[in-house]
Structures are given as C-alpha cells and as structure tokens.
Design a protein around this ligand. Sequence first.
Ligand SMILES: [Zn+2]
Length: 274
Amino acid sequence: MVDEVSSRGGILWEADPSEPTHAADAAGMPENKGFLRPVNISSSLFFESAAEIFARVHREIRPRTVVPPIDAVYKKFVDPNSRIRLEGGRITVTITDLLEGAPAPVTEALAHILLNKLYRKPVSAQHQHRYRLYLNRRDMRNRIDLMRQSRGRKAHTGPVGGTHDLVAIFEDLNTKHFGGMMARPELGWSHIRSRTRLGHFDPSHNTIMLSRIFDDPRAPRLALEYVMFHEMLHLRYPVDHSGSRRCVHTQEFKAHEKQFPDFKEAKALLRKLW
Ligand SMILES: [Zn+2]
C-alpha cells in the first residue's frame, strides 16, 4: 500500500514492504532477478550515512536540481514502514528501526523508492524487489511480528466505558477501603467481553484491566466493584511473580478481601453472569 498523507502542507510517502511489486509484474521480471543483479551498489559500499545515501540517490534521480537538506533518522514504528516528507525545502526521512544496520544496498533501495514516490516518478522494479526481499526474509518477518505484538494496540480501551468510568469506581473504593492512599494505576476495559478473565492486574505495566462484560447496564455495580476491589488488593499485596503468571492470593490478601461489604453477595453475582 502506498500512502500519501498531507501533513502541515508537506508531502509524506510511505514504503510498505507488503506492497506487491507491480513494476516487477508489469516488466515480467522473474522473482529474484532484481535482487541478484547488483544495481549501482559499488558507491554505497563505503561508510555512508543514511542521509548521504539519500542525497546521492537524489542527485541520481534529479541531476539538474540542487539537493535539498536531508535529515534521515531511524524511528520506532508499530508498522515496518518508512516515511519521507518534503516541507519548507527540507526533506525528512524517518526510517523504521528495523532497517537500522541494514546493508547499504537495502537503504539505497529504500531511498530510490521513497524519493521516486515523493517526486511521483516510477520506482524501478529492481529497487522495489531488493527492498521487499530483505524485509521478507524469515528473520526480518519474525522481527516485524514481534514488533507488531509489542508495539501494537494497547491491551485495553481506556477507563471510560459506555456505562461505567473505571476511574470513578477505583477512587470510590480507594476512599472507602484504602483511606484514599492507593496510587491509581492505569485502568482500562478489555477489548473482549471475557467471562473467564473478569479482572487482571498486570504489575509490569501497572495496569488493572476489567472485562468489558461489566460495562453493561445489566451488570450489577456490586459485581464490578468487587472485581475492582480484588484487583486493588493485588496492588496492595504484591507477589513476586518470578516466572509464574498465577494469580496469587496470600492469607492476608484473603482476610482483607472478606472485609468487602456484601462479599458473599458479590461472589454469588459472579457465578451467574448476565
Ligand atoms: Zn486474584
């Protein structure tokens, strides 16, 4: 997919490795021909910075034009794309950090792709192909998958639901049961209406997450409050989870939990979920 995004009057192009090489198809090129044949790589074998590579490719593409100042930085993105922007006479390239340390010919191929797209010129099949082949290698695909997992969307959708606001629920319980002294962690509703995981405290992200099943007018507030209280006790009585993902309830945890008013009624409500 090629994306043109206007941003503050600038032009931004993205190179996406999943984009099919239409140019290669059109030229009827065999799959790996572009990769095997070296294309203008001799000059890039020296230690050029990414900005220098982009400037050199710019001179190649637009020989009669003065090369504008070019900034090239590596940046963490959720996707494996890189972006180019022309704004105020400057070119800014943000390259996915996946390509940090990539062989110079790959950076050069990316420069051809982004600069040609910026100037609305066709991208040669060879450069498209070399770039795609590199990102399609198994090790790179694994890194892309990991990156999408770890940098992807948040595990929850924030504290404000359609029916309940988790911040209000938390602070209410905080005042009633903890003297208002508990530091509020990140709070959020799960994406799915889980019946098996009603609540969860994630110490590594300091987040309490509640099942979206409680964000429902049919859900008794007592049930929601009880689950929140339970997760707050996990904050109050931290356990060394070293390696184990079990939910650990110590004796003092259980004793404190029983102090919750209507404890039995709340537990009973959870047994017959709406
Ligand atoms: Zn628990």
